[in-house]
Design a protein around this ligand. Structure first.
Ligand code: UT7
Length: 325
């Protein structure tokens, strides 16, 4: 049976690095607090000519080159993002134009930090129906434009960047063989970002607080650990996979304490967990594809071996996915 395989990976980080020491200059925090509570030491911040779609397009060009696929061969472009530079058209349409991918239809998805993994599940379903499709899936964020730089609870965590993969069909036993995606909209207030204020007086919200990210960090932390563990454990059981069978776990890069907790609960050794959080912070939908690209370049993704992804974000949204690389 045909399954969706990743044919190539790419990523793009903005040029400007912004360290914890830089943050000490603008908000009441310390390098020591950020490092010990989050594991983050640095993040990248988008500047001129680094709009969301521009980072996404550069990551996409690198993924296409690594896959040996021409933009004209693409049938579909999906961008997972919660920080587009415009609401309409979609970031995916800007990427399509930038690449000259004239044969692709294109749209964005919003599932916060879980967006890329949701997108992989969607791509996998497309491929099962049409194995000849070539799909470009990107996770791209410029959250630096969406955080309140006076709110130390959020501005120290997030970073900008983009990661991309090219997906095609294969019948050689490799590919995505399991996914479990979840949401619980009842808990939306734990992590949200309001819409821009309407200019229509009839639609203006009375208590509008601004369209910055608002987060209840402690509650998000607790839910993230429990729900990711549940999703991973249930998925592995369903597909008769044990943690010993997994060669690499690539989790959403949110907080080192969340990841350490998850590692302990899953009883997975350190060397089987890919972590690059200290360099980039939490890049939301971009975090897993950036990590995938780095793992690929480091030769840590071995054909035929099992890779496990898990993710968690605002919505709430979360999920887990299994593939044979
Ligand atoms: O992608 C998914 C989205 N988000 C997440 O995964 C985030 C999950 N949550 C977290 O990562 C953590 O909850 C945070 C890193 C956001 C916060 O860490 P915490 O250990 O949960 O801290 P806290 O919110 O319980 O705050 C402890 C103290 C507070 O001071 P008091 O009330 O004890 O005096 C905060 O005001 O730390 C203070 N604090 C800070 N101090 C220095 C909060 N942020 C900072 C800061 N620098 N940046």
């Amino acid at each position: 049976m045909n399954k969706a395989v990743i044919l190539g990976t790419g990523s793009c980080l903005p040029k400007r690095a912004f360290t914890n020491v830089d943050l000490e200059q603008i908000v009441d925090t310390t390098d020591e607090w950020i490092t010990s509570r989050t594991g983050i030491r640095n993040r990248h911040i988008a500047g001129e000519n680094e709009l969301n779609f521009q980072l996404a397009s550069t990551a996409a060009k690198r993924a296409l080159a690594s896959a040996g696929v021409n933009p004209s061969e693409l049938d579909l472009i999906i961008v997972a993002t919660i920080s587009p530079h415009m609401i309409m058209p979609s970031t995916a349409c800007f990427v399509q134009a930038e690449l000259g991918a004239v044969n692709a239809f294109a749209y964005d998805i919003n599932a916060a930090c879980a967006g890329f993994t949701y997108g992989l599940d969607m791509a996998s379903n497309y491929i099962q129906n049409r194995p000849d499709m070539k799909i470009l899936l990107i996770g791209a964020e410029t959250l630096s434009a969406r955080v309140n730089w006076e709110d130390r609870n959020t501005c120290v965590i997030f970073g900008d960047g983009a990661g991309a993969v090219v997906i095609g069909g294969s019948d050689d036993g490799r590919g995505i063989f399991g996914a479990s995606m979840h949401a619980d909209g009842r808990l939306w207030e734990l992590l949200y970002m309001d819409s821009p204020k309407s200019l229509n007086p009839d639609l203006q919200q009375a208590n509008w607080q601004g369209s910055f990210i608002q987060m209840n960090g402690r509650d998000i932390f607790k839910h993230a650990v429990r729900l990711m563990e549940e999703a991973v454990t249930t998925l592995m059981k369903k597909h008769s996979v044990t943690i010993d069978d997994v060669s690499l776990l690539i989790p959403h890069q949110a907080n080192i304490r969340i990841l350490n907790n998850l590692k302990d609960r899953l009883k997975i050794p350190d060397e089987k967990v890919f972590i690059n959080l200290s360099k980039y912070g939490n890049t939301s939908a971009a975090s897993i594809p950036i990590a995938l690209d780095e793992a690929n370049k480091q030769g840590r993704l071995v054909p035929g071996e099992i890779v496990l992804l898990c993710t968690f974000g605002g919505g709430l949204t979360w999920g887990s996915l299994l593939m044979r690389w």
